[in-house]
Design a protein. Structure first.
Length: 330
């Protein structure tokens, strides 16, 4: 028979959280993903020397915003930005084309699916902003791989595991093309759910590395790999600059030499504003962002078109006014 439930107070939550943060359980995992990762039993931390940056680097990041929300109907905007660095100089800044998508009933889902360029997305799949943004990003990654020169590095914001609704054959084909062109893909995740004993894995590795190698050491450690070899990925953790506060999760193809590729990547992570993070990705992040002014501009364009087609103002207000915002004005 179960005993009385403990009260759900902040003290009880803090007690449980403290037990996880300083606990001794060492099982690695990722509770947030549907991937097929197989984790290392005990990651081994190794020093990471810095080498020379690749001559050519591409970086891709995506952005999104909610333009209008009637709950049962939503207008979403997504885009994927690309940048290209050549010999250390930025030679391309492409903020990406805004994709406006209406989501709601089944007919709108079919229209949204029809707008996706990646092959193999099931015709009966659900559509949401995660799929739309991921689709835009990976389409931009594929273009970057096809345009890159041999020896180039193509950086992706996030892991190398596309949304589960994008077929695995897409990534396998992309990895094959990249390998044939001698182009390396690398995914850099700023905030990962990788865990050790239920607590953040990277925080634990950072503490272990500092104790073993010193507080300014750069290092890396293997974490996991996918079960599948075709289009497979290896996952590592790495601190890429002596001044970096944090380490990151980095995904690489299975056939890549992690020490060699991380040493090249480290040479891109010495920017004073974002030490430890590849500066081409920070440029792509800035370009892809969908700030408030852009959302307001898109909403104004939407209202202009409503005027043209004769949608009355009161109809719009009833559909899109946020009742919560009205209640919380005081």
């Amino acid at each position: 028979m179960r005993g009385p439930a403990r009260p759900a107070t902040i003290e009880v939550a803090a007690e449980r959280l403290a037990a996880l943060l300083v606990g001794t359980a060492d099982t690695l995992g990722d509770p947030s993903t549907m991937s097929d990762l197989v984790f290392e039993e005990a990651p081994t931390i190794a020093p990471l020397p810095r080498s020379t940056a690749p001559r050519e680097v591409w970086a891709v990041d995506g952005g999104q915003c909610l333009v209008a929300d009637a709950r049962c109907l939503q207008v979403l905007a997504t885009r994927a930005a690309r940048v290209r660095f050549l010999g250390g100089s930025c030679v391309l800044e492409d903020e990406g084309t805004i994709r406006a998508t209406l989501l709601g009933g089944s007919d709108e889902r079919v229209r949204a699916l029809a707008s996706l360029a990646l092959a193999g997305v099931a015709p009966d799949t659900s559509v949401d902003v995660n799929l739309l943004r991921d689709h835009d990003e990976w389409e931009a990654v594929a273009r970057s791989v096809d345009e890159a020169e041999p020896g180039a590095l193509v950086l992706v914001d996030g892991d190398l595991q596309p949304d589960w609704r994008i077929p695995s054959s897409f990534l396998a084909d992309l990895m094959g093309r990249a390998s044939a062109r001698e182009v390396t893909l690398a995914g850099v995740t700023k905030h990962t759910s990788l865990s050790r004993g239920g607590a953040p894995l990277l925080g634990w590795l950072e503490g272990q590395a500092e104790a073993a190698l010193g507080h300014r050491a750069t290092w890396w450690a293997p974490v996991a790999r996918t079960r599948t070899d075709v289009g497979g990925v290896q996952v590592v953790a790495a601190r890429l600059d002596p001044d970096a506060r944090f380490a990151f999760r980095i995904d690489l193809p299975l056939d890549a030499d992690p020490a060699e590729e991380l040493a090249r990547l480290s040479a891109l992570c010495d920017d004073a504003a974002f030490p430890g993070y590849p500066y081409p990705l920070s440029v792509a992040d800035r370009l892809a962002a969908c700030p408030g002014w852009l959302r307001a501009e898109l909403r104004a364009q939407l209202d202009d078109h409503f005027d043209l087609v004769g949608v009355p103002l009161d109809v719009r207000e009833r559909a899109f006014t946020d009742r919560h915002a009205l209640m919380e004005r005081g």
